[in-house]
Every structure is written in structure tokens, then in C-alpha cells.
Design a protein around this ligand. Structure first.
Ligand code: BDR
Ligand code: CA
Length: 289
């Protein structure tokens, strides 16, 4: 069983990743930490608690940064008004602000834990600032960056890196053991309405459908279905068999028109460059079937 701490800005695709991880039987969730991104941290925290509440196994939730390291918060457009599509009535959650401390504690007390970062890297950068070299005791799997393709916020930048480019630059230059799952490969993993409708109407699948409503409508014209960014990173964190990586050094631009863009050169960050999308889609559907 892989031990994991998951950092999220829940978010429709973060929610699908959490549901997958909670149900796949391959990992033990040490904690979930939340950050602003797709929505405010108040909304991403209550969304996270709502999603974990759909699962039998519960995990503790710690809230984190309410704003990026240095920039104004920019939230997403395709996840509905509070981040979880058409899900209504999600109860308020208390904000403890403890995410960066929990990340440091989890790394110190669990050698080799996986930190799965599915959001702007603000919490990870803050933990790195606070705990320094101790943070090297973990492996990091990060969804973010547009390495070989155009971005999804600007021509150049992927959302997580655009929202907090200063945090992304700091983490990517840290020398930590990082596997980066960039936008380019995530765009290959698409869930169609037909595949969604083929799943049995369990509680989680009903919730998934309500979450996915505005997100699917937004993605369908260009991709034919919903792009599963965060679920792909989650699956790769547990099983890298069908994902090819190349060593790169990723320099993240922090200002100007190219804010959040990546310049790759040769280096140590394991960047996923190819996936067998059918393999990962089958695995995603298996868990909900
Ligand atoms: C990333 O940005 C967010 O909107 C998604 O949750 C995902 O983590 C994709 O660019
Ligand atoms: Ca996310």
C-alpha cells in the first residue's frame, strides 16, 4: 500500500482523483491538504470534505494557503461557481491553516511517503521554506505545467503553474524527487458522456455526474469529453507502468506575458512525456464499475 498525502484545490477533477484514490484499494491516505486555486480555499476545503464524505474510508483534512505566494488569486472558470459543478448545499468547513505543518510532519514521520500535488504549489512551497532539507524524505508527483504543448489559461501557461508561478518555480528548482505530469499528456485522458453513462448509478457515480455537468459542457466541444488531469496524476503516482518519462530541468517563468510557462532543458525532474491513455482510462472506469 502506497502511503500518500494529497494536496488539492477541489475542483471537479480533483474530486474525481480523490474518489478514485479512495476506492482503488491501492493507497493509504495519510491526509488531504487544501489550497486556493480552482476556487477560494474556503470552497476547496468544504468541497474536499464533501467528496471524502462520499467515501467509506475517511482521511483528515488540513486547510492551507488562501492566496498564492506573491500574486493575486485567479480562480478557474469551468468548475462551476463554487468549484464542484452542480453539487449544491455543501456544508461549511472550518479552516485551520495547518496544511504546510502537516506536510512537513507527514514527510518527517513517513519515510518515502508520496506527496501528490494536484493544485497550485503554494502549500508545498511554504512547507519547503519552513522545513528545507527535511522535505527530501518524500517523492513528489505533481500535476502541472505545459511542457510541450500550449497552455490552458494563456497560450503558454497551465492553470496550476499560472496561479502560483513563484511556488512552481521554487518547487521545480528544489532538487526534490519530482515526477511531473504536465498538461500535454493529461489532455489525452478524456472521459466521454457515454462512458460516464455506462457506469452503475452508485452514490459516487451520481455525485460525479452532478459535478461533471458544467465541466463536461465546457470541455466537450474541444476534447469530446472531460479531460481527467488530476485523476491521471493520481493513477501515475500509483502505477507508472504505462507512462514514459524523460529527465528535464523545468524553469518556470514568474512574470510578464509568459507567466507560468515552462522552459525545459536536460535535468533530473521526471517529466511524463507519453502515456497509454487506454490503459489509464480502463483503470479509472474499473474502480467505479
Ligand atoms: C489543473 O488545473 C485545475 O483547474 C485542475 O484541477 C488541474 O489540477 C489543470 O490545468
Ligand atoms: Ca486541481
Amino acid at each position: 500500500m502506497e502511503k500518500m498525502l494529497i494536496d488539492v484545490d477541489t475542483g471537479v477533477d480533483d474530486a474525481l482523483a480523490l474518489l478514485y484514490l479512495g476506492k482503488c484499494g491501492k493507497c493509504e491516505i495519510e491526509a488531504v491538504t487544501t489550497v486556493c486555486g480552482n476556487a477560494t480555499v474556503a470552497n476547496t476545503t468544504k468541497n474536499t470534505k464533501y467528496v471524502l464524505g462520499l467515501l467509506e474510508a475517511q482521511a483528515p483534512v488540513y486547510s492551507g494557503a488562501a492566496r498564492p505566494l506573491a500574486k493575486e488569486l485567479y480562480t478557474a472558470k469551468s468548475h462551476g461557481h463554487a468549484g464542484l459543478g452542480n453539487i449544491e448545499g455543501v456544508p461549511e468547513a472550518c479552516l485551520d491553516g495547518l496544511a504546510e505543518y502537516k506536510i512537513g510532519a507527514a514527510v518527517s514521520s513517513n519515510a518515502g511517503i508520496t506527496i501528490l500535488a494536484l493544485a497550485p504549489l503554494t502549500n508545498i512551497a511554504l512547507a519547503l521554506g519552513r522545513y528545507g532539507e527535511q522535505m527530501a524524505g518524500a517523492r513528489y508527483v505533481i500535476m502541472g505545467g505545459a511542457v510541450r504543448d500550449g497552455g490552458n489559461v494563456t497560450e503558454y501557461a497551465e492553470f496550476n503553474f499560472y496561479v502560483d508561478p513563484d511556488a512552481a518555480a521554487k518547487v521545480l528548482a528544489s532538487g526534490l524527487d519530482i515526477t511531473l505530469v504536465p498538461l500535454d499528456v493529461c489532455r489525452k485522458l478524456v472521459l466521454t458522456r457515454r462512458q460516464l453513462d455506462s457506469l452503475p448509478e452508485t452514490t459516487e457515480v451520481k455525485a460525479m455526474k452532478a459535478m461533471l455537468e458544467p465541466y463536461l459542457a465546457d470541455y466537450e466541444p474541444a476534447f469530446g469529453g472531460a479531460v481527467l488531469y488530476d485523476p491521471l496524476a493520481a493513477m501515475i503516482a500509483l502505477d507508472q507502468k504505462e507512462a514514459k518519462t524523460e529527465g528535464m530541468c523545468i524553469q518556470v517563468e514568474t512574470t510578464g506575458g509568459r507567466r507560468g510557462s515552462c522552459t525545459p532543458t536536460a535535468g533530473e525532474v521526471k517529466v511524463v512525456t507519453e502515456i497509454d491513455e487506454e490503459y489509464y482510462l480502463r483503470e479509472f472506469l474499473r474502480v467505479f464499475a
